[in-house]
Design a protein around this ligand. Structure first.
Ligand code: AMP
Ligand code: GLY
Length: 426
């Protein structure tokens, strides 16, 4: 079988790494990929946003299955295009991808189908949003741009004053985007967060293991939000809470999408907050999380390919459930100086080859590039180390020992991935 992975981040490197281990797979292509994916598969110089280029490649090369990493091509209709051209592509079609592409759509879906989430208010016009803020009692509130904004369209505000500023900021983030200039204001919820990613063909639902991302750039969850600075999986949850996440949120969402005639196929990512009143939806994504995918795939013991293929063929009921390594995985992301603000690219990276990788430790590339034979930075999140351990301490130790071998000017990473979780277990 020939598989094409679309994207170029750590998530796609991890996917290619795992897919390439399948005895059913002969060749793995990654478009456009990164230096990490080049070492395990074949990079193809086609951008993830060049849908025509991708489908032509899949047809010419008789690709058996295409797996899409990022949200932008899904929201632009890559799956619809592949379907028209008779090629299998795993992911939601354009209508179903709106669950991520429009936060307003996601909120209205939850409200209509009684899927628990925060109260929310949508505004087409910033002036109306500001006047709403003048007239509500002061207090924390969350301001979101409805359209895609690469994780930067959300501001958690401590009061109405901050929220008024955030309204302008959020609109800037989506300008030039898909044309959805709606603002969504949300009730501020509190509690620990969990990412629950599910593979589904719209009928059969296969939840992956729960994971915890660390979104803010600074230790102790301080500073602005990023795409994700590190992850720990599994997350220890009471079985009542795990059940609620599935029966009150994931199952009803898959069914709600069917009732809306937007059958969801692919990876449905529910970002949840575990409030005192039970789990609540913070956001949906129409794809695998990054970096969540990296530690999840290191823990996946069984072959991923049959699951991916079956989901794309609406036959997920015919394959064995995934088998997980019971150990803990910790993933830590190393970033460019200045990220999530502006940062330099092209900075030489030293020492990555000093890390010994194996079944218990992997390095997945994200924003890296080869300049001649030198590896240099090429993005905000540069690479991540993922390590398995018998417990959180052991996994952390292994991951941070490896990271200490690498340096580049401006490199920073959070030193506390998994610390809060380790403390809560004690
Ligand atoms: P999102 O991009 O929607 O996942 O939001 C980014 C982060 O903002 C989340 O991981 C939460 O920490 C925070 N957040 C989003 N919505 C809310 C909410 N309604 N209440 C509290 N925090 C939120
Ligand atoms: N790590 C968060 C995301 O993939 O959206």
């Amino acid at each position: 079988m020939k598989v094409l992975v679309v994207g170029q981040g750590g998530r796609e490197h991890a996917l290619a790494w795992k897919i390439q281990q399948s005895p059913l797979v002969d060749r793995v292509f990654v478009a456009p990929g990164n230096p990490g994916t080049a070492a395990i598969g074949e990079n193809v110089d086609i951008a993830a946003t060049d849908l025509e280029g991708l489908v032509n490649f899949a047809v010419d090369q008789s690709i058996d299955l295409t797996v899409v990493g990022p949200e932008a091509p899904l929201c632009d209709g890559i799956v619809d295009l592949f379907r028209e051209r008779g090629r299998l592509c795993l992911g939601p079609d354009k209508a179903a991808a709106e669950i991520e592409g429009s936060k307003r759509f996601a909120r209205e879906l939850c409200e209509k189908h009684r899927i628990p989430g925060p109260s929310f208010w949508s505004f087409e016009n910033p002036a109306t949003a500001r006047s709403f803020l003048e007239n509500r009692p002061d207090g924390p509130i969350v301001v979101k741009a409805s359209g895609l904004a690469a994780g930067k369209g959300v501001v958690v505000c401590k009061d109405n004053e901050e929220a008024r500023e955030a309204v302008s900021h959020c609109l800037e983030q989506v300008q030039g985007g898909a044309g959805d200039n709606t603002l969504v204001l949300e009730e501020f919820l509190e509690g620990p967060e969990v990412s629950l990613i599910t593979l589904t063909d719209g009928e059969t639902i296969v939840p992956l293991e729960p994971a915890r991302d660390h979104k803010p750039v600074g230790e102790g969850d301080t500073g602005p939000n990023t795409g994700g600075m590190g992850v720990i999986t599994p997350v220890s949850l009471m079985s009542r809470v795990s059940q609620q996440m599935e029966t009150q949120i994931v199952f009803p969402t898959v069914h709600a999408m069917n009732r809306e005639k937007r059958r969801f196929r692919g990876f449905l990512y529910a970002g949840l907050m575990l409030t005192q009143q039970g789990p609540r939806v913070i956001e949906f994504n129409c794809r695998l999380g990054d970096p969540e995918t990296q530690p999840l795939l290191l823990r996946l013991k069984s072959d991923i390919f049959p699951l991916l293929m079956a989901a794309a063929q609406d036959k997920l009921d015919t394959v064995e459930a995934p088998v997980w390594d019971s150990r803990v995985a910790v993933c830590v992301v190393a970033c460019s100086g200045g990220y999530p603000g502006s940062y330099k690219k092209g900075v030489p990276i030293f020492g990555l080859d000093r890390i010994e990788t194996g079944p218990d430790l992997q390095v997945f590339h994200a924003g890296t590039r080869l300049a001649g034979s030198d590896l240099v930075t090429d993005g905000g999140r540069v690479f991540a180390v993922t390590a398995l351990g018998a417990d959180i301490q052991a996994a952390r130790q292994r991951a941070y020992d490896a990271l200490a071998k690498v340096e580049f000017e401006g490199m920073h990473y959070r030193k506390d991935i998994g610390v809060a979780q380790a403390a809560s277990r004690a």
